[in-house]
Design a binder for this molecule. Structure first.
Ligand SMILES: [Zn+2]
Length: 120
């Protein structure tokens, strides 16, 4: 499953980042995903629940931000959001678009952790 491998690599990198804070608990993980990366958020959430079990991310919240597809047309210079994913043509001059500025992202945006009291 596509989503499970994405989630596993995210869990790995977050686990690595929080290893610098012993005992810290991950509260929230935020992802940025481009509209074209073909990720289904529901399955992402489902896989997240499974993949985080037994890790410092267990019980944390996964927040997914979907980024629209932004294109730049080399022919007429217009820039904007692509309305239809079916057609990769400029809405202004109808030339095929080759320059995509945004839409294929699949990255970790930020994480929120809760540090354990040092007095314990
Ligand atoms: Zn154009």
């Amino acid at each position: 499953m596509h989503e499970l491998s994405i989630v596993s690599s995210i869990v790995d990198s977050v686990t690595e980042s929080v290893s610098a804070y012993p005992g810290a608990r991950v509260v929230e993980v935020r992802l940025k995903i481009g509209e074209l990366s073909a990720v289904i958020e529901d399955s992402l959430q489902f896989c997240y629940g499974i993949a985080t079990e037994g890790t410092p991310l267990a019980g944390s919240r996964l927040v997914v931000k979907i980024l629209p597809v932004l294109v730049h047309c080399g022919a007429c210079g217009s820039e904007g959001k692509l309305d239809s994913l079916q057609s990769f043509r400029c809405p202004i001059c109808d030339q095929p678009l080759t320059d995509m500025r945004q839409g294929r992202e699949l990255e970790l945006d930020s994480i929120e952790i809760e540090e354990v009291e040092a007095t314990a």
